[in-house]
Design a binder for this molecule. Structure first.
Ligand SMILES: Cc1ncc(COP(=O)(O)O)c(C=O)c1O
Length: 499
């Protein structure tokens, strides 16, 4: 028989509610034959809310022009004057420096980056129906699933953008740090896409805990070093002073920056979080989520995400923060961090360095002091002494808030989620799941059917030593005491905050 088949579906068209309170979508599939198209319409339980690839946003959202109060500028540590493009040029290419200070509300995503996104985007939005049922909550829990990216987390969203802008600026190699290994993996993939070299300084404790993360980065052609290394001046000095150090993101950042600025212009540095442009690249997540929720007539009462440097959180929440700031939407924006590294909940609001070796500009942020080495908790991506200036600013202004959890309680939540939703979450993402669970349980008490959105920032397939420690009850909980906070205060430069 002469026929061609063409399967298609209409994405996210709501047709009401089926099976109790679960919403449903009408899907169509067709088979085009010589005699015309036969259509089969079926109704699907709404676990997956897919976005038509043609509707994937083609611009990043920049929150800077929408800030209720302008942010304080980053300062040069020697002059205490705002840093200029020339100060950043040895570290970053000009298009990224321009994005860092841009006051344009939307920044176009180049075609090459859109093509890279199309490998895995739009990512699904899922309703966690089984998780809701297990909790017995009337709350509706939706999660954006960034674990489907080839690197296993949200980090690829900025990695491809940063590699692209470096490449078109004539740079053929990048240096970076990685904590959990998720960022290093993402940048390795991005560099291999654009035929660039990639040197990854991996925090020593993660290097030891996660040998397979190292191997995956090597698969994509990256060179991976346990930080502190003996490849940099700072690494050698640090190792001499603290031979037993487990390393930290702050130390690894210093090494990667030093390697870039001493490369004679051949290499630039790439950061996986914290900076404005990185947070902006991640807004593809929240923008897609908004369209997906809109397609089923939903809008969140809460947006929850884990927070290390802040890009995952900001990427999910900023498109909704826009509605809160500009349209007065009543929406609870909650960032979740570990009690072992409670930057937003216990840190000091001050100008501080982004790295341990004092090579970066001073950023106004919440900080535990740039010399703080967090305990070796298993959420390597949340072991950062500071946080993005945008996140700090909106927390200070009360647009968003933060909560902190012990790691064991996050694993409890992550394991329950895995058993319900059949996705093994990264330990970092389990922090968000814990907070979602607590909010959903509050709804159970009050009877409120709140709509909760969270970002499942990554899968935990390379975190099995952490799960193993959890199941064998060897996972330690850490709480930062007041003395550590006082010590942090002593390490922070005394720079006046503009009023
Ligand atoms: C899976 C996962 N989620 C969240 C984070 C934290 O991301 P951010 O630094 O953007 O807050 C990381 C960082 O490595 C991560 O690997």
């Amino acid at each position: 028989m002469d026929y061609t088949t063409r399967h298609y579906c209409i994405y996210g068209e709501p047709v009401g509610h089926l099976h109790g309170r679960s919403a449903a979508v009408r899907m169509e599939s067709g088979c085009q034959t010589a005699g015309g198209t036969r259509r089969k319409v079926f109704v699907m339980n709404q676990y997956n809310i897919l976005l038509d690839p043609a509707r994937m946003p083609d611009a990043w959202y920049n929150i800077n022009p929408d800030m209720p109060v302008p942010m304080a500028p980053p300062l040069h540590p020697a002059t205490l004057q705002p840093v200029g493009p020339e100060d950043l040029a040895p570290i970053f290419p000009m298009p990224l420096i321009e994005q860092e200070v841009s006051m344009q509300q939307y920044v176009s995503i180049p075609g090459e980056v859109m093509d890279a996104y199309r490998l895995y985007r739009p990512t699904p939005l899922r309703r966690a129906l089984r998780f809701e049922k297990a909790l017995g909550t009337p709350a509706k829990i939706y999660y954006k699933n960034e674990s489907v990216s080839p690197s296993g987390s949200h980090k690829l969203n900025t990695a491809v953008a940063q590699a692209y802008f470096n490449k078109v600026s004539g740079i053929n190699g990048l240096t970076t740090e990685t904590g959990a290994g998720q960022w290093g993996t993402a940048l390795s993939i991005a560099c291999s896409m654009f035929n660039m070299s990639c040197d990854v300084y991996m925090v020593k404790v993660s290097f030891d805990q996660k040998p397979y993360r190292r191997s995956i980065m090597q698969t994509y052609g990256a060179n991976v070093f346990a930080s502190p290394t003996d490849r940099t001046d700072f690494g050698r000095r640090y190792r001499a002073e603290f031979p037993d150090t487990s390393g930290s993101l702050g130390i690894a950042i210093t090494e990667a920056v030093e390697a870039a600025v001493t490369s004679g212009g051949a290499l630039r540095y790439s950061l996986g979080s914290v900076l404005n442009h990185v947070l902006m690249h991640q807004t593809i997540i929240g923008q897609e989520a908004k369209l997906q929720l809109e397609s089923i007539g939903e809008y969140p009462d809460m947006v929850i995400g884990c927070c290390g440097g802040g890009s995952n959180y900001a990427g999910t929440a900023w498109p909704f923060a826009h509605d809160k700031i500009k349209q007065g939407k009543n929406i609870d924006l909650i960032a979740v961090e570990p009690t072992a590294c409670p930057t937003l909940t216990k840190g000091i609001y001050a100008y501080d360095f982004g790295d341990t070796g004092e090579m970066t500009p001073l950023l106004l942020q919440y900080t535990l002091g740039h010399k703080f080495v967090p305990p070796p908790l298993h959420s390597g991506g949340l072991r950062y002494h500071g946080v993005a200036a945008q996140v700090a600013h909106l927390t200070k202004l009360g647009v968003m808030r933060a909560v902190a959890y012990q790691q064991n309680t996050c694993f409890d939540a992550g394991v329950l989620f895995a058993r319900c939703e059949c996705i093994l979450p990264a330990p970092e993402s389990s922090h968000a799941i814990r907070a979602v669970m607590d909010e959903a349980l509050k709804c159970k008490e009050t009877g409120e059917a709140k709509t909760i959105l969270f970002n499942l920032s990554g899968h935990g397939h390379f975190d099995m030593s952490a799960y193993e420690a959890y199941f064998s009850k060897k996972l330690e909980d850490y709480e930062l005491d007041e003395e550590a906070i006082r010590k942090a205060e002593a390490d922070i430069p005394k720079v006046p905050i503009p009023q």
